[in-house]
Design a protein around this ligand. Structure first.
Ligand code: HEM
Length: 387
């Protein structure tokens, strides 16, 4: 553990704070499992697995409105369904269910393998390569954009928008809002361009034909869905693929095991999701005075469920900071646990599994080309390929 002292009021789970966030969790857990940070306008943080799970089961107290995204994702429009509370949430969420059933995801399997294999072949050709730019980022962009109906000619614009909205929002909110309005304009145009077009088997079709409460979705609602899915579907999965490769690059034994026995990959992916969670925390707003682990929290206070800390809680896991690729009974919080539990979890985890299967099948033994590369985010991951 690094020698540092964390003041709860400075606690953050974004940007450079992530470099040492696991040590921070260890320290905070000992002194204040529920604490108050002054960052981002002030918020309580819950770090215990049990407390996070309980808050997830109680959406009447821990509501998502005005937004679970803190700071905002480049817009102040509530994003559907992530920022919608019951009772409306149920109907809005139901609209998306057909897209993400295990059967719908299974249909994508062949395309996923083919895409991952092609991308991995480009990685295999190099000696020192950026596996994030060549593999981890394009894979979810291609898979989800096809499913969603986002035209291929537009894909090259996506990474910069995601970087500006998700990664610049803490230090550079103007840039995030500027990119956010470009993305809204983009989807506005895309939706208009689909009017009167023949039926297609994709997300846009599902959204434009869906009904909530016996009426069609409004144009603003359609925009909100597209915006959210664009951000939720690409970045998280790219992070999960990149962080899995980051770990394997430093752990030749685990890399060899997975290479030799691909059936171990699904369990390994769950362990990477638990320990290197792409979503470290999501916010709620308290609807009434409450008490969590002895700490009073007032109505109106923001509360962050720190999934990344709950996922490494020693009360919930043996040797929580150890990455054990065959950890049994690995119930984690990487996708949340309540009514807002990730709708894309089947798709996301399948993409990561297929990505690793193909990468390990096509690319020779690999290691980190530079030390001290961040475990988090979707920035470059420089790998050295070959023994
Ligand atoms: C490994 C990849 C992914 C991770 C780790 C992840 C994680 C999460 C988390 C933590 C939440 C919030 C849960 C809560 O606050 O209770 C969430 C919600 C959501 N995610 Fe994911 N996600 C991933 C991939 C995806 C994909 C691929 C899609 C869709 C294309 C997606 C769509 C959604 C949606 C629509 C919600 C909101 C559900 C609701 O409000 O009812 N996610 N995700």
């Amino acid at each position: 553990m690094m020698d540092k002292i964390v003041d709860p009021k400075d606690f953050d789970y974004h940007g450079p704070a992530l470099d040492t966030v696991f040590e921070t969790y260890q320290e905070l857990r000992g002194k204040c499992p529920v604490g108050h940070s002054e960052k981002h306008g002030g918020f309580w943080f819950l770090t215990r697995n049990e407390d996070i799970f309980a808050a997830e089961q109680d959406p009447a107290t821990f509501a998502v409105s005005p937004s679970m995204l803190m700071p905002a994702f480049g817009t102040d429009v509530p994003l559907i369904p992530i920022d919608i509370d019951p009772p409306e949430h149920t109907d809005y969420r139901r609209v998306l269910l057909p897209l993400f059933t295990p059967r719908a995801v299974a249909k994508l399997n062949d395309g996923m393998h083919e895409t991952a294999r092609k991308l991995a072949e480009a990685v295999a050709e190099g000696e020192v390569v950026d596996a994030s730019a060549l593999f981890a980022r394009p894979m979810p962009t291609i898979i989800f954009s096809r499913l969603a109906g986002f035209p291929e000619k537009d894909w090259p614009m996506f990474d910069q928008w995601i970087d500006d909205i998700i990664y610049e929002r803490t230090d550079n909110p103007e840039r995030a809002y500027k990119a956010g309005s470009e993305v809204m304009d983009y989807f506005d145009e895309l939706l208009k361009s689909r009017e009167g077009m023949p039926k297609q088997d994709d997300l846009i079709e599902i959204l434009t034909t869906a009904e909530v409460n016996g009426r069609k979705l409004t144009h603003d609602e359609l925009l909100s869905y597209c915006y959210l899915l664009f951000l939720a579907g690409l970045d998280t999965t790219a992070w999960a693929i990149r962080s899995s490769l980051w770990y394997l690059a430093q752990n030749p034994v685990a890399q060899k095991q997975l290479r030799e026995d691909r059936t171990l990959i699904p369990a390994a992916v769950e362990e990477f999701l638990r320990t290197l969670s792409p979503v470290q925390g999501m916010a709620r707003t308290c609807q009434k005075d409450t008490v969590v682990s002895g700490q009073e929290i007032k109505e109106g206070d923001r509360v962050v469920l720190v999934f990344g800390a709950g996922n490494r809680d020693p009360e919930a896991y043996t040797d929580p900071d150890e990455i054990l690729i065959d950890r049994p009974n690995n119930r984690h919080l990487a996708f949340g646990a309540g009514i807002h539990r990730c709708l894309g979890s089947n798709l996301g985890r399948q993409e990561v599994v297929v990505a690793l299967e193909e990468f390990l099948g096509v690319v020779d033994e690999f290691s980190l080309a530079e030390q001290d590369q961040a475990w988090h985010g979707v920035g470059p991951l420089m790998l050295k390929i070959g023994g």
